[in-house]
Ligand binder design. Structure first.
Ligand code: GLV
Length: 329
């Protein structure tokens, strides 16, 4: 709780984006009736300023570690995105502060659209027809009934759930996997741990024609898509990754693509971004690379969500999207 008077909030983002975000937050705080003194700190500045005015609340996107050296009174930290892996990787992130990630905020429909586009592109053979056109080859490909195409969605939070429902609505057979039990109409929801392929996770992967990963990156999920797990998919399966690059063992993915065990990969996120120019993904004939664009944080829903949560925090009401540090998301 912030006490009486204006709460001091520091926004740490890229300088180029500062004006629009500051204006958006000013509007949102005013319309939520909260008194806020808003400060800006450039995220590209790596040096801590010991004399920085102290704030109780930070709103951040990929801040430098220096922010947490200079801000020593933070009680509440809002991440301007869904994934908090860049933040939890910082050793000096104050673990006694409440860390809140964005929930949906326009990202779920955007990700649903991206994934559906990727699934349909390969399902309708556009990737193979593009190749055939380069060779002036007229060769209709067989088209499976969508009900016989099983798509697995790995991660069933707000975003994964929306993706699963969108694919179901298109007529695909959809399986989902989460850490804890979930119920989604028309989705075959499974749950369990990711470490063992002997149990529910292996059974979830078995025979999937398409696997969509939308997991958060945590100690438990890093490298989870590797030779062993991906070998459980149907031969020629299509892998779509919109979670984080760290979920994939890239050498294994490339090996399986070369052998045809994976038929296609649509990759939006990478262990290193921008993806280095000499990376094999760029030139692999069965890989589509997009530059982390499946969903971007949208200003209006994001500022409105954060203003609502700040008002709730001031009232002492519970907040959604609070990160459990032990779980990692
Ligand atoms: C984007 O990748 C996000 O985590 O919001």
């Amino acid at each position: 709780m912030s006490g009486l008077g204006a709460v001091r909030v520091v926004l740490c983002a890229r300088e180029s984006a500062a004006q629009q975000w500051l204006a958006g937050f000013e509007r949102a705080f005013t319309s939520s009736g909260i008194a806020v003194e808003l400060l800006f700190r450039d995220a590209s500045d790596q040096d801590a300023r010991p004399d920085a005015p102290q704030a109780n609340v930070a709103i951040v996107w990929k801040p430098p570690a220096a922010l947490f050296d200079e801000q020593r009174q933070l009680k509440l930290i809002f991440n301007l995105g869904a994934g908090v892996d860049a933040l939890t990787a910082l050793p000096n992130l104050p673990r006694d502060a409440t860390l809140v990630r964005l929930e949906d905020a326009g990202m779920a429909p955007a990700l649903g659209e991206y994934v559906l586009t990727a699934v349909l592109r390969v399902y309708r053979g556009f990737d193979r027809y593009a190749q055939q056109q380069r060779d002036a080859r007229w060769a209709p490909l067989p088209l499976a009934d969508k009900r016989d195409v099983t798509v697995g969605v790995l991660g069933l939070g707000v975003i994964g759930g929306a993706i699963a429902l969108r694919l179901r609505d298109q007529g695909f057979a959809v399986r989902g996997f989460a850490r804890t039990p979930k119920t989604l109409p028309g989705i075959d929801c499974r749950h369990g741990m990711l470490q063992s392929l002997d149990g529910a996770f292996g059974a979830f992967l078995d025979g999937l024609q398409v696997l969509v990963s939308v997991l958060p990156l945590t100690d438990e999920t890093v490298g989870v898509l590797n030779a062993g797990s991906l070998a459980r998919l149907a031969p020629g399966a299509h892998l779509i990754n919109v979670g984080r690059g760290g979920h994939l063992v890239d050498a294994d993915v490339l090996h399986l693509l070369d052998r045809g065990q994976l038929g296609a990969a649509t990759l939006d996120v990478f262990g290193m971004e921008p993806l280095p120019a000499d990376h094999r993904y760029w030139r692999h004939p069965r890989v589509l690379v997009t530059p982390h664009v499946s969903a971007v944080t949208e200003l209006e829903p994001a500022v409105a969500q954060i203003a609502d949560k700040l008002a709730a925090w001031q009232r002492g009401a519970p907040l959604g999207g609070v990160v459990d540090f032990a779980r990692g998301y």
